[in-house]
Design a protein around this ligand. Sequence first.
Ligand SMILES: Cc1ncc(C[n+]2csc(CCOP(=O)(O)OP(=O)(O)O)c2C)c(N)n1
Ligand SMILES: [Mg+2]
Length: 417
Amino acid sequence: MLNDDSANDMNELIVKPMKPRDVAAEADTVDNSTEANSSSAKSNVTGQTDTAPMDTMQPDTTHPDSVQDTPATDEQSINPREIRQDHEQRRQEQQQRIEDLDPELLIKLLHEMILIRRFEEKAAEAYTVGKIGGFCHLYIGQEAVCVGSISVLRPDDYVITSYRDHGHAISKGISPDEVMAELYGKRGGCSSGKGGSMHMFSRDVNFLGGHGIVGGQIPLATGVAFASKYRSEDRVVLCYFGEAAVNQGAFHESLNMAQLYKLPCIYICENNQYGMGTSLARAMSMSDVSNKACAYGMASEFVDGMDILAVRQTTERAVKRAREENLPTLIEVRTYRFMGHSMSDPGNYRTRAEIKKYQERDPIKLFTDNLKEKNIIDDARLKEIETNAREIAAQSVKFAETSPEPDAKELFTNIMK
Ligand SMILES: Cc1ncc(C[n+]2csc(CCOP(=O)(O)OP(=O)(O)O)c2C)c(N)n1
Ligand SMILES: [Mg+2]
């Protein structure tokens, strides 16, 4: 059990009743730290990830995006038996899903997750030395969500998300070069260097942003789904947002309209359990997000966001419902961000033990270990994937650094007059 007020908030949040499919999330009540040592030793892929950015980042606590809340809490108790059961269950569930899928697809999914991880580590480095300015919200820990869900889309389907958008942009098909150049504010960026981290955009690949207003993208997605239906295009919209956006009126108005008008929109709540420095339990009266769909008679699902194949399967069902029946779905994906809210977050509101517990469930590590166990990849192939991802990430930095600054006259283009 956790042992102070803020920790109790967290505990209350994670032991809420789950639907049968969600058993994996129930194990959040135990600490995995004993597993930490054995599991990180198993993988080269994530072993290098765990320490690098966490230790090198120096948060700017004077930044307006800096978050301060509850002070750090103590260690949590450990129940090795529950930890083993939890790990075993997660392992078995994903291995069953692996059996149903084409090995090359599985490898592609792993490659994409690793690429996004390495890309963001490079972005963090560049931010730390002042080459990237402004806001920068990393997605590290949540990669299974965008990669798993976007993998079931057609290229002409739409994706729209919040400011935590680097992973979604890459998954939807914007090149890492263009995403990195956008982070650098350079002309080669996908928004010509005028948007920065929070405003990735590409009409070519139907990626409609990158939005800084919490929940602002939800009514936009609803409108895009309306347009798709109105034009009989059978294109679906994946709309991502954090759990804090669920408290916005725009979320409720959008779900009501989407169900009423039968729109092909899939609302994906990436519940990483914190809105800046505030835990979900302190901000939401009824924290079962997927249940909120009941108020609108909408289909809903809850899924473990650390299992890429579970996310993929759930989204596949929702896409079918949207494409074939013009019906929306609310999906709650339980996930966790390993880094601060943004690069300026000193992270005083959660313990190292809590972060470590979730790092043990790293979606890349779970998937890598399972693919190895099922003989889909071996160490040599994994090394190849890792090397390739690092090369692409390094190349994106070169591209961004050599890309020209936007022309001064660009200050007066693409603005409302
Ligand atoms: C309308 C609005 N209110 C407040 C903010 C400041 N703000 C930026 S991010 C954030 C937290 C959002 O958390 P969540 O929706 O859970 O997404 P996460 O950052 O966890 O991905 C807040 C309150 C904002 N950008 N927009
Ligand atoms: Mg959140």
